[in-house]
Write a new protein. Structure first.
Length: 414
């Protein structure tokens, strides 16, 4: 396996449009992550119901699952930058509504769930447009650097957002929502300043045939099908992070502070890895790197289940995040390089469905197996299953496991 010679991984930031896009994405992510902390604490303080905490996630995920394929079609038919800007504006409206709810002093939480349904709908339309627009913002020779920097910035925001939200919540939920409003205003403005190259516009009406075009395209490309389905089943079985609260208390015997470090570790590992990929982009044996990343993810999960040492568990979670980042990096580049611009939104939507399903179902699967087999055995089973999936997929998709270079090295950009 080899890397490209070290490059100035920050040179893509000289691209004004990419800098505006990246800044808008980071500020928007920070706002959403801060806001999510405030929503959870506020709802639980009002109702004291664990069931209501579960409804917070459901209220956001349900509209996402229903709308995501249609959102991919919209991303191919209309200007992607405009879609992102409008979705950020809807998220801004949601922050305003949450602020108004807080000032009202209401003790009924259904308005919060209604706002979250609106937020989940905006998220559904924003995700495929966000994944697809990057190819319209940066030139092909800077694309791998842009993907790595965008991923690293996203993970930094995911790490920092909850911490900032928790600190600001000490002054009350209204303070968090005011900060989110400010950041989202800046995010909308920066996205408005971003300019993207013209995209190939799909003019077909929204029918089942056109909406499902992305799914048919992925199914017809063994490389893409293998990459996306590998992530689905690997994360589905390896979703041990959902069990961290019980693992921290019952196995490692650490308190909330220790749990905070454990929850942060995968994001830190992913951020460090993505920064490294920005400076040392993968050039050769990219298929082997992808399978290697998933194998590291599985081995790290296995290690997590077999240790009762806090330091070893922390290191395992750092490696888990790094391995997952390598897989995500290769998969994202494959999807973007292999997909014609006219259907890139719909294919990105399919990718988003697989990612969302793996995360949500992975947490559910971990909870079910923990109930059946016990906490430690469930984590060990998840790691072993991930390694088994990696081995099976290497045999089932040899064109992917033996792939040397990304497609753009062998043919002109689509």
């Amino acid at each position: 396996m080899s890397f490209m010679s070290p490059t100035n991984g920050l040179r893509v930031l000289r691209n004004r449009n990419f800098a505006c896009y990246l800044s808008a994405r980071v500020l928007g992510t920070l706002a959403v992550q801060m806001q999510s902390v405030a929503i959870g604490w506020q709802v639980y303080q009002i109702t004291g119901s664990l069931f209501d905490l579960g409804l917070i996630g459901l209220a956001q995920f349900a509209p996402f699952l229903v709308l995501i394929l249609l959102a991919g079609h919209v991303a191919d038919r209309y200007n992607r930058r405009t879609i992102i800007m409008l979705c950020l504006a809807v998220q801004l409206l949601c922050a305003f509504l949450l602020l108004a709810f807080t000032y009202s002093g209401s003790r009924v939480v259904w308005p919060v769930f209604a706002v979250l349904v609106l937020f989940g709908s905006a998220r559904a339309f924003m995700m495929p447009a966000t994944q697809a627009v990057l190819r319209n913002i940066v030139p092909i020779e800077q694309f791998s650097e842009a993907v790595a920097l965008s991923s690293s910035a996203f993970h930094v925001a995911v790490i920092a957002g909850p911490i900032l939200g928790g600190l600001l919540y000490l002054a009350g939920p209204s303070t968090v929502y005011l900060a989110a409003v400010t950041l989202l205003v800046l995010s909308v403005v920066l996205m408005g300043w971003t300019r993207a190259a013209p995209q190939a516009v799909n003019t077909e009406p929204a029918t089942w045939h056109t909406v499902l075009e992305g799914l048919r395209f992925v199914w017809s490309r063994p490389i893409m099908l293998g990459a996306i389905s590998l992530d689905l089943f690997a994360v589905l079985f390896g979703g041990a992070t959902a069990l961290l609260p019980a693992y921290a208390r019952d196995v490692l015997q650490v308190g909330p502070t220790g749990l905070g470090f454990l929850r942060t570790a995968p994001g830190v590992g992913a951020a460090i890895c993505s920064i490294a990929l920005a400076f040392f982009p993968l050039q050769r044996r990219v298929g082997a790197w992808m399978f290697g990343g998933v194998a590291v993810f599985g081995l790290a999960t296995l290690t997590l289940g077999l240790t009762d040492s806090f330091a070893v568990a922390l290191a395992a979670l750092l490696l888990l995040g790094a391995g997952d980042m390598v897989s995500v990096y290769v998969r994202h580049l494959l999807v973007q390089y292999e997909t014609p611009d006219a259907i890139r939104g719909r294919v990105s939507a399919v990718n988003a469905v697989f990612i969302g399903a793996s995360n949500e179902l992975g947490e559910f699967e971990s909870g079910i197996t923990a109930g059946w087999f016990g906490l430690v055995r469930a984590i060990v089973f998840g790691g072993a299953a991930t390694l088994a999936v990696t081995a099976i997929w290497m045999v089932k998709f040899p064109v992917l496991s033996k792939m040397d270079r990304f497609p753009h090295h062998d043919k002109p950009p689509l």
